[in-house]
Design a protein around this ligand. Sequence first.
Ligand SMILES: *[C@@H]1O[C@H](CO)[C@@H](O)[C@H](O)[C@H]1NC(C)=O
Ligand SMILES: *[C@@H]1O[C@H](CO)[C@@H](O)[C@H](O)[C@H]1NC(C)=O
Length: 468
Amino acid sequence: MALSRLNRIIAVVVLIFAIIYGWKCLFEARRPPCYTIDVKYFGSNIPTSSDNEDFSIKPFKIPFERSQVDDMVNRVSKTRFYEPQILIDNNLVNKSTYGFNRQTIEMVRDYLINTYDWKKTVQELNTFDHYKTNIAGLDIHFVRVTHSSRINENKEAILFLHGWPSSFLEYLDVARLLNSSSNTNYDLIIPSLPGYGYSDAPLRPGMNPTQIARIMQNLMQRLGHSSYVVCGGDWGAAIGTSMAQLYPGHVRGLLITMSAVATTWKHYLQLALGHYVNPSILLDYDEQEFLVRRFNAFDFAKILWREGGYFHLQATKPDTIGYALNDSPIGLAAYILEKWSRWSNNEIDIDQSINSGLDRFTLDQLLSNVVLYWTTGTITSSMRLYFEYASQISSGHDDKILKGPLAASVPVAIVNYRNEILYAPRTIVRSKYPNIKLWLCHTTGGHFASMEKPREYARDIEKFLLQL
Ligand SMILES: *[C@@H]1O[C@H](CO)[C@@H](O)[C@H](O)[C@H]1NC(C)=O
Ligand SMILES: *[C@@H]1O[C@H](CO)[C@@H](O)[C@H](O)[C@H]1NC(C)=O
């Protein structure tokens, strides 16, 4: 039987797509990735020559100020909660339907007033070696964990990059575990991103993830590491990716827990085929159970709509919400903890678990991160990173870096956790990261995996290192 006219048209269209697709793949594979970046300065006084730049590395201790804690507790105890609460059938709605759960935030308030001990946290943090060094006009803070007894041996240098709303605290457990591992000699570097924690905030515009990549490469160079591995999630994954693109000769390996790939028409075609025809067009067998629920475009749009508001706000008007958050510790805690809850659970878990899904962490872990933002007064500068990223995209500047692939010489590990906020299938991720050495799908864990699952995280790093 001859093909009907419609079938013939469909066949021709598919053929044309296949040819364009094939041609594009060939073309992309041949394009040599070579990226450059403008040298920018973010401090107050632009130096006239490199002579008056300060390259020294100064030891640093985390400061503790009693008056800061007193002021915070005072503000917390005076929190003005919204009344009346919503009732359904004369019962309080305890879910997170309208935003972060009220019972949980009251529990957080009581804990901050009666139990939480920032002084003890600072003392514990100061058992680590902290330093500051000036790069691009800003003092950059970092923790360094090294086997002091083996300082001259060959070391495996690893840079850990945190994201938002997180901090260098996120990697301390992993660093402790790796440091006590007997097989390898590590030099672990855990910085605070510019505008986060104890790193200076930029005084000039333009501190986007690509510029942070340049600062971090400078940091590693200054510490004597011309070759190193980068680990990161969230912004840390974006910054690490830019580092691998800009400095493929230095980045010996990149391990990320969140892979955001600029989606092209080719990817939409793949996603549509994967969704409407057969998942195996898009997903390898091991990914299917794990990822398939993400590829209902409608569900994904719903997630973006429900969970993406903060992104829009911070990418357009970070300072406005910043006034409120920098003035109210409970407001700040609710804003930050909602993210830790949402991004570590799936939606069903949150309303069913006690403490809105925060029980994946200890309250001390969670509140140390919040109080770090509070005492350093950095929530506004941290949120501006979204603004700078959005400016970078809309200006088209560094477009090549944002959309282009890594050099095939850089080995990459992609570690997917079940409750991570973004997923991309391996076939799509490969277009950006051509040399994936390790692809893991964990059935538990979320966005802050290094803190939620430090053992698993450290084990994956060691697995990756064996393949480099
Ligand atoms: C809401 O929480 C309060 C206090 O924890 C509790 O007494 C009440 O039963 C809860 N209501 C619902 C609908 O879960
Ligand atoms: C790292 O290991 C060295 C050598 O065992 C030890 O002296 C140091 O205290 C450890 N650092 C941390 C932060 O655990």
